[in-house]
Design a protein around this ligand. Structure first.
Ligand SMILES: [Mn+2]
Length: 358
């Protein structure tokens, strides 16, 4: 073969490559158009029957030299890349995403803004045990000018034999405390059908870590008229967490606060591993306010102050911690709740810690 012929063949190859590139991108554009139409009709994007038909049709026309299996393989990769383009587009479209809304969402909890320049705190006992118990905590918090209080009425516990909470009775106690002390109450709801009635008693619905992917509960919370604190599941990736929030917002409720509460890792020095970098990641990816639960992430009283400071330093909009008048006799999480003296010390250290990093 002459050198000239060799060069010609190479040139031809180069221009074929560009032709294929053009065609592949043209195909991707078509797939995007189809994806958009499908998105509007909310049809499933991946259609295996359609893909099989396309592959069969291509293989029928194959005259070689590639074997049918090779042709199938090549086209499967092209199809896959097309689907990925659709998914990227879909990602951009998430209602919770920064791409969709650049400015920070500030959640209004009955007059208390969450997500603006001020760091918010949510303290309170793990579980509602009695009016007197919650009221004594409210008294201390109110003395500090704090407006938000938490308390569990429905307690999803690891063991079915552990204290399961007072249920509706607990919500009624919270309501009384809220009225008597002019505070806003946060409490976990675990059953979709309880969401509606809960709104008569509480100001913020909490969805706990164990329910982060309880999709029926998320949808019900999305139809609620009050804000939602969504806690990260203990084995949930940040993308799972974001999608869980999307379930809520997709039903119309935009008042969502994300709560990092530690994830399960091999480390056993702390109850969970506080994923502190989740805060700035979530800040970048979403427009929602983010808080950190230092009690459940560490499970250790001696780590509450440094982790709360870390949370504020890294850009969290709020911190949650458990406070109980007498943790030793608490019906749940007795090891990790603060008593009033410890709370005093905690709040003194943390209340004015640094400036919120935006
Ligand atoms: Mn607890």
């Amino acid at each position: 073969m002459s050198n000239q012929k060799f060069d010609e063949l190479r040139d031809e190859l180069d221009s074929l490559n560009l032709e294929i590139l053009n065609l592949v991108n043209k195909r991707a554009e078509l797939v995007q158009d189809i994806g958009e139409i499908k998105g509007k009709q909310s049809t499933q994007r991946f259609d295996p029957v359609r893909e099989r038909d396309m592959l069969d049709h291509i293989v029928e026309q194959n005259d070689g030299p590639f074997k049918n299996a090779t042709v199938e393989h090549i086209f499967k990769e092209i199809f896959k890349a097309g689907l990925e383009v659709q998914e990227d587009d879909q990602q951009k479209e998430l209602l919770v995403s920064r791409k969709r809304k650049a400015e920070d969402t500030v959640v209004n909890i009955n007059g208390t803004p969450f997500g603006d320049d001020e760091t918010q705190f949510i303290f309170g006992p793990c579980a509602v045990e009695s009016y007197e118990q919650v009221a004594s905590v409210a008294e201390v918090l109110k003395g500090k000018g704090l407006n938000l209080i938490r308390g569990g009425a429905f307690k999803p516990r690891t063991s079915p034999y552990d204290f399961q909470g007072l249920g509706l009775e607990g919500l009624k106690i919270l309501k009384r405390v809220a009225d008597d002390y002019d505070m806003r109450v946060v409490s976990e709801i675990v059953t979709p059908s309880d969401i509606e009635v809960a709104q008569d008693y509480i100001d913020v619905i909490q969805i706990g870590a164990r329910n982060m992917q309880n999709f029926e509960l998320l949808k019900a919370a999305g139809e609620a008229k009050i804000p939602v604190i969504l806690k990260r599941g203990m084995a949930a990736k940040i993308s799972d967490f974001i999608n869980a929030a999307e379930y809520i917002i997709s039903k119309g409720n935009e008042d969502i606060i994300l709560c990092e509460r530690g994830i399960r890792t091999f480390e056993s020095a702390t109850r969970n591993t506080l994923d502190i970098s989740a805060v700035p990641v979530l800040k970048q990816e979403t427009h929602l306010p983010i808080m950190v639960d230092v009690t459940h992430s560490t499970g250790r009283r001696d780590l509450l102050i440094p982790t709360a400071k870390a949370a504020i330093a890294v850009g969290a909009d709020g911190v949650m911690a458990e406070v109980h008048p007498d943790p030793a006799v608490a019906l749940s999480d007795s090891q990790q709740q603060m008593d009033f003296d410890q709370f005093e010390e905690f709040y003194k250290e943390v209340a004015n810690y640094g400036v919120k990093v935006k």
